[in-house]
Design a protein around this ligand. Structure first.
Ligand SMILES: [Zn+2]
Length: 359
């Protein structure tokens, strides 16, 4: 069922310290269905080690590709985190639609569908940017009743609650990774005038194309066909790639041109071989912008993530691939994420050469 991970996937060391448990989620549920094993057994087998040398957190055991593929092909073929950044998936209207769906499917005893609506409802409520006391209290009670399937309460209250749903929180699943805070940080680090090309990998919908939207910057999405991630393929129905702006060109890794800045947002933790990713698939990148969920902030590890990154493991990675992390990471406010900017070490020499050439 599982393959045993003997060495740290980043530094190769066998020395590891603490063991960190996984939290239960929809993916552990899917895996229990796919592998026909109890969820707790799976969670236990897929516990995490922390490497003593580079501090990367990684799974004790991982899944064979045929099982991973089933998650992203059959069980969760659309990527909720990406699609949720589309406006139509958040707000009062969507909330009402989901509440009605929940009530309907529950009355028909189609619990798979009513549970799905339930999860979406909770996600919207917890991602709503409303800190007022009346909302917080109402939300808490509503979720409690929903979890206990008090359909009568839901029917009588969803409309009133929907009026308190306005904007999604920054960095929630419904917003993606763009903010004033990120923009001003990038302003300090990168001279946009010197950037001619910008690319993202992973999910085409939750990144920061807008910040790099300048007449002189060509924009790309790089399709790496990562097996531990959602496929990006326009032929698949409701695929995130279909909603990517037309001005952004899709590249396959084989046809990769030189790119100045590559954004890697919530993606590194899916890779089984991070060094290969940086050494083979990407070369001559001047800057990487990397966003990772940080265990110190989230206090949780999900079973679908092969690894979990922190400042120390990213410093190790940077050195290994010839980059330096700018200053220190930016802790994204009220979130579980940190942003790191990696700059290629020979950038300074190149800058000088460019100046000399122009003299
Ligand atoms: Zn290590």
């Amino acid at each position: 069922m599982f393959k045993i991970i003997k060495n740290c996937p980043l530094c190769g060391s066998v020395k590891r310290s603490e063991v960190i448990k996984n939290s239960k989620n929809i993916y552990s549920y899917f895996l229990s269905r796919i592998l026909n094993l109890r969820e707790n057994f799976i969670l236990r087998n897929m516990e995490n080690y922390k490497c003593k040398k580079c501090k990367l957190i990684y799974k004790k055991k991982w899944l064979y590709p045929k099982f991973v593929e089933k998650i992203y092909k059959d069980y969760q073929p659309t990527h909720p985190g990406g699609l949720n950044t589309l406006k139509k998936n958040f707000g009062k209207k969507k909330f009402i639609e989901l509440a009605k769906k929940y009530i309907y499917f529950h009355s028909k005893k189609k619990y798979e569908f009513s549970d799905r609506a339930k999860r979406e409802i909770i996600k919207i409520l917890n991602s709503t940017n409303n800190n007022k006391n009346n909302y917080i209290k109402f939300k808490k009670k509503f979720i409690e009743k929903l979890v206990n399937n008090d359909v009568e309460y839901i029917r009588n209250n969803y409309s009133a609650l929907s009026n308190l749903i306005d904007r999604p929180k920054t960095y929630s699943q419904f917003s993606g990774f763009k903010s004033h805070e990120i923009s001003s940080y990038l302003n300090k680090v990168v001279n946009l005038k010197s950037i001619n090309s910008y690319a993202e990998v992973g999910c085409p919908l939750w990144g920061n194309y807008n910040y790099f939207k300048k007449p002189w910057i060509r924009q790309y999405f790089v399709n790496t066909n990562e097996k531990n991630f959602w496929k990006t393929d326009k032929k698949i129905s409701n695929n995130c790639l279909k909603y990517l702006s037309k001005r952004i060109k899709v590249l396959n890794k084989k046809k990769l041109k030189q790119i100045d800045f590559v954004g890697i947002y919530n993606f590194l933790d899916h890779l089984e071989n991070p060094l290969k990713f940086f050494k083979k698939e990407f070369k001559d990148i001047r800057f990487y912008g990397i966003i990772c969920e940080d265990f110190d902030l989230s206090k949780k590890i999900d079973c679908q993530h092969f690894s979990s990154w922190n400042y120390k493991s990213l410093i190790f990675l940077s050195k290994k691939i010839g980059y330096t992390i700018y200053h220190k990471p930016l802790e994204l406010s009220n979130s579980i994420y940190k942003l790191y900017i990696l700059k290629k070490n020979d950038e300074k020499i190149k800058d000088l050469k460019r100046i000399i050439k122009n003299v």
